[in-house]
Design a protein around this ligand. Structure first.
Ligand SMILES: C[S@@+](CC[C@H](N)C(=O)[O-])C[C@H]1O[C@@H](n2cnc3c(N)ncnc32)[C@H](O)[C@@H]1O
Length: 202
């Protein structure tokens, strides 16, 4: 297990019971509102939220249509919270770098503020490509910081805090890894610290 995985499990297990009132819960709230707006789902579709936290986003998405909803997270306590709160959604403790789904079996994959926690984000992109149907949608929400703040967070703050955060993404790099991973970018939303890219699997 990588140091980011170990640190994330420790941190989010501790935050799980009161997540919405923590800094992370409040910081991610605006991302989730925007992703909910951008995420188009139809009856019968299969939708996965990777790094789903306490499950509030995938639950909200599941209210938009009669979908088969899935949430995975590396933190067992987060998944306990999901299961206690929401019925009818399939939650599982899993690493987002190895998605427990068959090839071309999902219509939508969402990842909100969790990509920069992964040891190998490119592995997640490859997995999202593998499990999505052709034309399926990937939505990635990630924090964006001006370069000085980004460098401070990536190289000083995150290692000091042992928070499970790997490197954050510049806008250019986020778009490049998505395109290079076999996706066609269809929408880009960027406002303040929020960057959200919607892409179709080629
Ligand atoms: C900042 S929180 C975001 C949670 C949720 N997506 C939200 O927006 O509220 C990051 C989440 O990613 C999860 N996580 C970290 N590393 C992971 C990994 N390798 N695989 C799956 N989930 C992971 C954490 O446990 C945590 O719940």
């Amino acid at each position: 297990m990588s140091k980011y995985e170990k640190q994330s499990i420790k941190k989010y297990d501790e935050l799980a019971a009161n997540y919405d009132n923590t800094f992370d819960g409040k910081f991610t709230a605006k991302f989730k509102v925007k992703i909910l707006e951008l995420c188009e789902v139809a009856d019968g579709e299969r939708v996965l939220d990777v790094g789903c936290g306490n499950g509030s986003l995938i639950f909200a998405i599941s209210q938009k249509a009669d979908i088969e909803a899935y949430g995975i997270d590396i933190s067992p306590k987060m998944i306990d919270e999901c299961k206690a709160q929401y019925e009818g959604i399939n939650f599982e403790v899993t690493n987002g770098e190895r998605l427990p789904f068959e090839d071309e079996s999902l219509d939508n994959v969402i990842i909100c503020c969790s990509l920069h926690h992964l040891d190998n984000p490119l592995q997640f992109i490859a997995e999202a490509k593998r499990v999505l149907k052709q034309g399926g949608t990937l939505i990635i929400g990630e924090p964006w910081f001006p370069i000085g703040i980004k460098q401070f967070c990536d190289w000083i703050l995150f290692p000091l805090m042992k928070s499970g955060d790997n490197k954050t993404f510049t806008h250019k790099r986020l778009k490049r890894i998505i395109s290079d991973g076999g996706f066609d970018i269809s929408k880009v939303h960027k406002k303040g610290s929020i960057q959200i890219v919607t892409a179709k699997r080629l």
